[in-house]
Design a binder for this molecule. Structure first.
Ligand SMILES: Cc1ncc(COP(=O)(O)O)c(C=O)c1O
Length: 370
């Protein structure tokens, strides 16, 4: 018996997506390496979330609530939607895959900007869909006209706002225009707002308030980035109740463990932590932008998120080389070569605390000198 003959052909061709945060694969353990590659809140998880976990170990021998009712209620209050507008996932990645599994039929087409987060592509391929790419402009903006032109015949169009790896926001009116045109073509618009919490322009940029007026709109959110609950795996989707109901039918049971659920609820209540994060990211975004831009040969894309994309071509070094040299200083960065639409001359670094950012700058300068 040949096992591979028994598997679906399109699954056999899948290759894993490359990500930052490979701390477990390094010879350094995660305590020794300073991780600038994964864009996680440098303050770690909210203290209230840790307390909630410590007080909830007694829940471990019970199955968790499969519909995550308490967490939906907490999110519903936090973002101002009904619990019926929410689906909870084991990380927002699970929701990307659930969405494509539910809506992409064999050979359906998806529209994906390039460069952007790699798991949209993977999820579409896993669902046996086809992909059309929409390249960003030379300054990494969405080419709205082109994007709209390409929507015809597309089942799902993905947008990441702010975009990973560029950190740029899509203008609100462009988004509304895309969603409106897509609705006329029966195209679903999937907007990943995982990094939106870090943007000072969140209120005027998020599409969450439009989920009931735009039938074809789905928003993705995560507890991984802003709330630092990365290893617990928790994220959610926001949409009209019809979309949520059909997705809930396909969700695997008990996908959220009992500790992740209590931690996420407590995280939303920790306003001290959130305020501290807003202040830190705003200050450090300015600091790092200024410092990185002063390094000779660095061309830094201004960011609305908690990371920077840097074109390093003028340094004469490749991203791989800088990454490997920085590891000698215990600093891990993202080599962006694997992003469709970028080449070997792009790196991405996360915003961390002042001391850590200073260490990054210092290490980068030493690498450049050598
Ligand atoms: C834009 C974007 N969306 C989604 C994810 C997945 O996050 P998680 O599954 O941890 O919620 C990531 C992770 O890097 C990301 O960068």
């Amino acid at each position: 018996m040949k096992i591979s003959d028994l598997a679906k052909d399109h699954i056999k061709n899948l290759k894993p997506c490359i990500h930052g945060g490979e701390v477990w694969q390094l010879e350094y353990n995660q305590k020794k390496v300073l991780d600038f590659s994964a864009n996680i809140n440098p303050l770690g998880p909210p203290p209230k979330a840790i307390d909630a976990i410590m007080n909830s170990f007694w829940k471990i021998p019970f199955y968790p609530d499969s519909s995550s009712t308490s967490l939906k209620e907490a999110i519903s209050k936090y973002i101002g939607v009904s619990p019926d507008n929410l689906i909870i996932g084991n990380g927002s990645t699970e929701i990307i895959y659930l969405f494509t599994d539910v809506f992409m039929k064999d050979s359906d087409k998806a529209l994906i900007p390039a460069p952007t987060f790699g798991e949209y592509e993977m999820a579409v391929l896993k669902a046996n869909g086809k992909i059309e790419y929409s390249p960003l402009t030379h300054d990494f903006k969405i080419d709205t006209k082109e994007f709209i032109k390409k929507i015809r015949g597309v089942k799902v169009a993905f947008l990441c706002n702010p975009n990973n790896p560029t950190g740029l926001l899509i203008p609100f009116n462009d988004l509304l225009n895309i969603v409106d045109k897509a609705e006329k073509e029966d195209t679903l618009i999937f907007v990943d707002e995982d990094f939106m919490d870090f943007s000072p322009k969140e209120k005027n940029s998020s599409l969450i308030s439009k989920i009931n007026s735009c039938q074809n709109l789905f928003i993705l959110k995560s507890f991984t980035k802003f709330f630092g609950l990365t290893g617990l795996r928790i994220g959610y989707g926001v949409s009209n109740s019809e979309v949520i109901e059909i997705m809930s039918k396909a969700k695997i049971p008990w996908n959220i463990n009992c500790l992740a659920e209590v931690a996420a609820i407590a995280a939303l209540e920790d306003s001290e932590f959130s305020d501290k994060t807003y202040r830190l990211i705003e200050e450090e975004r300015d600091f790092l932008m200024k410092e990185l831009s002063q390094i000779k040969g660095f061309d830094v894309t201004p960011s609305e998120a908690n990371f920077f994309l840097i074109n390093i071509k003028k340094t004469g070094l490749k991203a791989k080389e800088i990454k490997s040299k920085l590891l000698n200083f215990g600093v891990l960065i993202r080599d962006c070569d694997s992003f469709k639409g970028l080449d070997e001359y792009y790196i991405r670094v996360a915003i961390r605390t002042r001391k850590e950012n200073e260490y990054l700058i210092d290490s980068l300068k030493k690498v450049m000198k050598s």
